[in-house]
Design a protein around this ligand. Structure first.
Ligand code: NAD
Length: 365
């Protein structure tokens, strides 16, 4: 057997050189030689096609505005490539956003920045909107499409983080851990087992079996739960999970109901008084999807009556643009009543807020 050796091409491979506007070589990859079409096709083809001139751009001329504390990894990639990057920690009020967006070619946002038609119509140079998050409902997509502005998002980078949070919440609710912890912080020792449960053998009902719902399904089964799900689309079950034909079926059967649907007209107040009444006595509700999906005053009533034994909310109809003491009736008129309930976990939209998810979104975005 002959020994391995380098293969030397018999003819030199042609090299392509693209020169950018500032005189640097961009690519030297080999390129095929294009042959002229045979003369017999001459009559069928346009006589002279004018080749489209591709204009390389200088990254230093491109202005990028990143809002809402986009992850450092993403910022480093863009600055490393020579773009002009301005990064701000928060979103901006509409008037300031309009001022800033006039100049930029690219804007990177998360869920708080509203890019309405009014805002986008002021953006004379805008080419790209990067949503460093899952949802794109904060952007007027129809208007962006009309203006030829491309919109990107990062649909699965934080699915696992949300699924893990929900698993933690299921156990926390079943064992009333939030209440016990608050009591201990106040100095109260309250060792109870009444109405505290194992999750093994209980039924988890997942509404919306997409990226997050399906991840959660696998994790919950590994913890010994029975999983059922409802989705508008017929989807293959993972493991031994089972799709049920209607939301009502799911509500009647599940011990824990968790919501993972998008914000759509048909999902607004999807869980209200009628649906809460259908849920089992002493069952639990978790919402880490969008704040509009649950009718919160109806949930408050169902929890006060004891029909719902606990709930976890990560999202709200109105959420503040920055951190601070904002979770009051000024933000949502029921906020203070909600805050007074027992066995209720309230978190500030942190489902996808892990180092891993933010790094992945920063890189993908
Ligand atoms: N809390 C957070 O930090 C956080 C993080 C990421 C995503 N989210 C939210 O979680 C939700 C789910 O995200 P995902 O990535 O799994 O979305 P996805 O698009 O992958 O899945 C959504 C599923 O819901 C189904 N669905 C749509 N309308 C329905 C209806 N009326 N009834 C039943 N099912 C319906 C869809 O068919 C789909 O299977 C979204 O609202 C997203 O914005 C929240």
């Amino acid at each position: 057997m002959s020994s391995a050796r380098d293969i030397t091409p018999s003819a030199p491979i042609p090299q392509r050189t693209v020169v950018s506007s500032w005189g640097q070589n961009l690519s030297t990859s080999p390129v095929a030689t294009f042959q002229s079409p045979p003369a017999s096709l001459g009559g069928m083809l346009p006589r002279k096609s004018v080749p489209k001139i591709l204009k390389p751009f200088n990254t230093q001329d491109i202005k990028i505005l990143l809002l809402e504390n986009v992850n450092q990894t993403g910022r480093d990639i863009l600055t490393g490539q020579g773009y002009q990057v301005e990064a701000l920690k928060t979103s901006l009020p509409e008037d300031q956003l309009i001022e800033k967006i006039r100049e930029v070619h690219v804007i990177g946002i998360r869920s708080k920045t509203k890019l309405s038609e009014k805002v986008l119509s002021e953006a004379k140079n805008l080419l790209v909107i990067g949503c460093f998050c899952i949802g794109t409902n904060q952007v007027d997509l129809t208007y962006a499409a009309r203006r030829g502005i491309a919109v990107f998002n990062s649909p699965f980078a934080n699915s696992r983080s949300v699924a893990e949070l929900v698993i933690a919440e299921i156990i926390t609710l079943a064992r009333q851990l939030g209440d016990r912890s608050i009591e201990m912080h106040r100095g109260t020792w309250n060792k109870v087992s009444a109405k505290c449960w194992e999750i093994r053998g209980k039924t988890l009902g997942i509404v919306g079996y997409g990226h997050i719902g399906s991840q959660l399904s696998v994790l919950a089964e590994a913890m010994g739960m029975n999983v059922i799900y409802y989705d508008v689309v017929t989807l293959m079950a993972l493991g031994t999970a089972r799709q049920v034909p209607s939301l009502e079926n799911l509500l009647e059967e599940a011990d824990f109901v968790t919501l993972h649907v998008p914000d759509l007209p048909e999902t607004r107040n999807m869980i209200s008084t009628a649906q809460l009444d259908r849920m089992k006595l002493g069952s639990y509700l978790i919402n880490a999807s969008r704040g509009t999906v649950v009718d919160i005053p109806a949930l408050v009533k169902a929890m006060r009556s004891g029909h719902i034994a606990g709930a976890a909310l990560d999202v709200y109809p109105n959420e503040p643009a920055g951190n601070g003491d904002y979770f009051t009736n000024n933000l949502n008129q029921w906020a203070e009543e909600l805050r007074s309930l027992s066995n209720l976990i309230l978190t500030p939209h942190i489902g996808g807020s892990t180092e891993e998810a933010q790094r992945a979104i920063g890189v993908e975005g």
